[in-house]
Design a protein around this ligand. Structure first.
Ligand code: CDP
Ligand code: CDP
Length: 229
């Protein structure tokens, strides 16, 4: 039997992973964070002292980098060569390294293969930049989740401060603008809405409103509609 697939794409800080995690929990899908995979490769490059924008240098070490994922009660864990890097990949400098290695076709092909394999095994809700357009073109539901750059930077800044990461709003905002541009302008599988995606702008919405809206779309898709009194 073929598995159910939901694609959530959009720019950084739009709420993709938080919403996808919540929907996965309620609707019994496995959540797959593809951004974490690009972050793991970015981390691997940074740790080896390699410039993440140097495609040749990154390609040279690509075979040495093995990315795996595990799904447990605490959610998704990501491993780089067997080491749990779930926390290490969240540092701001790794966001930029991830966006730089994500331009390299060899990196994308390696990770897309892993993503498609995971989506064959079970019902998935997968978030990223190119899920609806490239990774899972046959996904039954495609959402393009966005919000204004200011709202997205504010959300990410609050999140980092809560974790105790030293940064400024301006730094987070500039990092986001850089990634938006870099992710949208690359030649291979850029960030853009799939033609058959539903556009959701969460700028003025609370997190719960966004979760409810997308959960409703998933219920429509699966036919699992709540009873109305
Ligand atoms: O995965 P993505 O980068 O798109 O965003 P995220 O990591 O899910 O969300 C970034 C932060 O924004 C999280 O702390 C969310 O709780 C928050 N958020 C929010 O405050 N309001 C929303 N409507 C959506 C997300
Ligand atoms: O959490 P946030 O939205 O900040 O970023 P992420 O989803 O963790 O992704 C980190 C970077 O990986 C992005 O800026 C993209 O450059 C890249 N990425 C991608 O190119 N394709 C994907 N399917 C997912 C992420």
């Amino acid at each position: 039997m073929s598995t159910k697939k939901i694609a959530i794409d959009g720019p950084a800080g739009a709420g993709k992973s938080t919403v996808a995690k919540a929907v996965a929990r309620t609707m019994g899908f496995v959540y797959i964070d593809t951004g974490a995979m690009y972050r793991a490769i970015g981390l691997g490059a940074v740790r080896r002292g390699i410039d993440a924008s140097d495609a040749k240098a990154v390609e040279k070490i690509l075979d040495e980098l093995t990315v795996t994922m595990k799904h447990g009660p605490q959610g998704q864990m990501i491993f780089l060569n067997g080491e749990d890097v779930s926390e290490a990949i969240r540092m701001p400098e790794i966001s930029v390294a991830a966006s730089l290695v994500a331009v390299i076709p060899a990196v994308r092909l390696k990770l897309v293969e892993l993503q498609r394999t995971l989506a064959e095994e079970t019902d998935v809700i997968m978030d990223g930049r190119d899920i609806g357009t490239y990774v899972l073109p046959n996904a039954q539901l495609k959402v393009f989740l966005t919000a204004s750059p200011e709202a997205r930077a504010r959300r990410r800044y609050d999140e980092l401060r809560e974790k105790g990461v030293q940064t400024t709003f301006e730094e987070v905002y500039q990092d986001m603008l850089f990634r938006d541009k870099n992710d949208s302008s690359r030649a291979f599988a850029p960030l853009r809405p799939a033609e058959d995606s539903v556009l959701v702008d969460s700028t003025e919405w609370t997190l719960q409103e966004t979760i409810d809206q997308i959960t409703d779309m998933v219920r429509q898709m699966t036919g699992d509609l709540p009873e109305r009194s």
